[in-house]
Write a protein that binds this ligand. Structure first.
Ligand SMILES: [Zn+2]
Ligand SMILES: [Zn+2]
Length: 262
């Protein structure tokens, strides 16, 4: 009887990929609505477009290595194609840095969704803040790079309180990346979560595949283009926005605001 019900649960889990993800399946976890890259085998290889300047190169390498430690995916750093404004490229993630201005955000990830699948992503880190003494540290650079790339592979935050003890993962908000424990890298829970998100295989792939042209052409440079606020952390220092383009096409923007420690 127990065996039968677990098989039913497994079928339900696989089926949920084809329709909308069951909230009950993902609520207690730290995936992000179960959104994932569609792929026909594991581990899949996700390209990270390198649009960052030399000050960020070592952090991008560290982040790529961190997430590649997952058994279900590898990331490879490739020459960037984002040009100005960090434009997305179908089927991969573009990573950019710039002095985006005193707009409040330290870093953000934008993730394009079609149905339950991720189709492309963008990561931006804001040098307007990383050039200041408060944020110009390996700790902050690693945490933000690791967290934003983590969003583009389907992970959500493990914790959104900046003021409680660190969980030892970059997917945890903190006012001190060094802790202890240290929040510069993923922890085992992140890898377990990835194993869960990518346990099933898909009949098609979105890794390296084109997306509908209309979704490619939009510039989501600021809050006015990010859509509705779907979640805000305590104190309003981090947020998730959703822009809905209809027929299952959405763009999510994860923002981590600067001066979180104040
Ligand atoms: Zn799937
Ligand atoms: Zn985040």
């Amino acid at each position: 009887m127990a065996k039968h019900s677990s098989r039913v649960a497994l079928i339900a889990l696989v089926t949920s990929c084809l329709v909308a993800a069951f909230p009950s399946v993902t609520l207690a976890s730290h995936s992000w609505n179960g959104y994932h890259w569609a792929r026909q085998s594991n581990p899949f290889n996700l390209k990270l477009g390198d649009n960052v300047s030399s000050a960020w190169d070592t952090y991008l390498v560290t982040t790529s290595n961190d997430w590649s430690a997952s058994s279900v995916l590898n990331t490879t750093i490739v020459p960037g194609q984002a040009k100005r404004n960090c434009r997305p490229t179908a089927g991969r993630v573009e990573v950019c840095n710039s002095t985006y201005g005193s707009n409040g955000w330290l870093g953000l990830a934008q993730v394009w969704i079609s149905g339950s699948h991720i189709t492309q992503g963008v990561v931006k880190v804001n040098d307007t803040y990383f050039n200041t003494a408060q944020y110009n540290t390996p700790g902050w650079r690693n945490l933000v790079m690791c967290q934003e790339v983590g969003h583009t592979i389907g992970l959500d935050h493990q914790d959104e309180n900046f003021d409680n003890p660190n969980l030892g993962t970059c997917m945890d908000y903190t006012s001190n990346p060094y802790g202890p424990p240290n929040n510069e890298h993923p922890n085992q829970h992140d890898y377990d979560q990835l194993n869960s998100i990518y346990a099933h295989l898909d009949g098609s792939t979105t890794v390296g595949s084109p997306v509908p042209p209309a979704m490619n052409d939009i510039d989501l440079a600021g809050p006015a283009q990010w859509g509705r606020l779907v979640r805000q952390s305590r104190g309003g220092k981090a947020a998730v926005f959703e822009a809905d383009f209809g027929r299952g096409h959405k763009v999510f923007t994860f923002v981590i605001w600067a001066n979180a420690a104040e």
